[in-house]
Each structure stands twice: as structure tokens, then as C-alpha cells.
Design a protein around this ligand. Structure first.
Ligand code: PA5
Ligand code: NI
Length: 185
């Protein structure tokens, strides 16, 4: 065997691991410039953190992490992750909702899209070939656990260039999903 077994304790409300297994990845409004339609009004403000349980990036392993996505907006758009295709396109992923209220926006390279709910206890299956982005549509942090095939990798550049087919925006009566006017300009 290549690895020894290990155990870490996941706080199901906060999404933190004790002990931490790897460096926490922090994303601010500035890091998401070009992903939101509007320029970031408060560039230093925290949007999300990813807490990893890193293992070798091989398809014999299973990567997992938690994401804590803060509540907030840039322009009309709710705080969201950058979103990505897996670099190895057919690699799949599972999300488990732990806290908060969110949407999982998914899209294929041929332009199909889906919007699924993320809530405590929900399991979302992300099949290979579907880009995925989570969006916090509530007033509390959105927390979820993700597990995926070890060699999947992340392709952010395609999303940065093309966007997703739809945007999730704050409306008068809650979240509204609208067509993205800048999708694949
Ligand atoms: O593996 C995943 O899809 C998640 O753990 C995401 O990486 C995490 O939610 C952060 O989103 P992104 O990688 O799009 O910045
Ligand atoms: Ni992923």
C-alpha cells in the first residue's frame, strides 16, 4: 500500500477538520474578478474557504474537502465559487450538504445546464463532463463536503472565458436564475 490509514474529525456545522490535513485555500472577491459580472466592490472581502484532505493526485485515490461559502453578493449575483470542469473531463464528484442554503449550477460543454439544491443532508452527484459551481442563496454560510476521483484536477480557464449558461441573482422574492448574457461571447 502507498498510504497509511488516517482519521480526522469533521465539524458538521463549521466544515472544519481537526486536525487540519492541508493548507486552507482562501478566495476573496478579488480572486473572483472576471467570474462575477460586476467588478468586486470590496476586493479584500472573504468569499469562500476550502479545507482539503489532500492525497496523491492519482485516480486510485479519493480527494475530499469541505467548502465554506459566505453569504453576500457582488452586484446582483450571490456569492459563488469560481466553478470548474475537471481537467480530466470524465471524472465525477459527490457533494454532501452540511449547513446553509445553496444552489449547485452544472453545465456541459455542449451548453446544457441544471440547477440543483444544496441543503443539510442532501447528496448531489456530479457526473463526469459537468462543470459545477456552488452558490450561497441564504443568509448563513453554505457548508458542504466534496469527494472526487484523485486525478480529476481543475479546469478554471474554460469557465473564466465562457462563464456558465445561467446566473443566480438576488431578486425581490428570493433567488432568480437568469440566462447569462455573456455566456460564450
Ligand atoms: O471539488 C470541488 O468541486 C469543490 O471542492 C470545489 O473545488 C470548491 O467548492 C471550490 O470551488 P472552485 O474549485 O470552483 O473554486
Ligand atoms: Ni469539482
Amino acid at each position: 500500500p502507498k498510504l497509511d490509514p488516517f482519521t480526522t474529525l469533521l465539524d458538521l456545522k463549521l466544515g472544519t477538520f481537526d486536525p487540519e490535513r492541508g493548507p486552507v485555500q482562501v478566495r476573496t472577491q478579488e480572486d473572483l474578478r472576471g467570474f462575477f459580472q460586476a467588478d468586486p466592490p470590496r476586493p479584500d472581502e472573504l468569499v469562500y474557504r476550502v479545507m482539503p484532505v489532500p492525497v496523491p493526485t492519482e485516480n486510485s485515490e479519493i480527494q475530499c474537502s469541505t467548502t465554506v461559502l459566505e453569504p453576500g453578493t457582488v452586484g446582483d449575483e450571490y456569492y459563488m465559487t469560481k466553478g470548474h470542469f475537471h481537467a480530466v473531463r470524465d471524472r465525477s464528484e459527490i457533494y454532501i450538504g452540511l449547513a446553509g442554503e445553496g444552489c449547485l449550477v452544472l453545465a456541459t460543454e455542449d451548453g446544457r445546464h441544471r440547477v440543483e439544491p444544496i441543503r443539510e443532508g442532501m447528496v448531489n452527484y456530479v457526473p463526469g463532463g459537468w462543470a459545477h459551481r456552488s452558490v450561497n442563496v441564504g443568509d448563513e454560510p453554505l457548508v458542504f463536503f466534496a469527494a472526487y476521483v484523485g486525478d480529476a484536477g481543475h479546469d478554471y480557464a474554460t469557465i473564466e472565458r465562457d462563464g456558465f449558461p445561467v446566473l443566480v441573482c438576488r431578486g425581490d422574492d428570493g433567488p432568480v436564475v437568469t440566462d447569462n448574457p455573456h455566456y460564450r461571447p
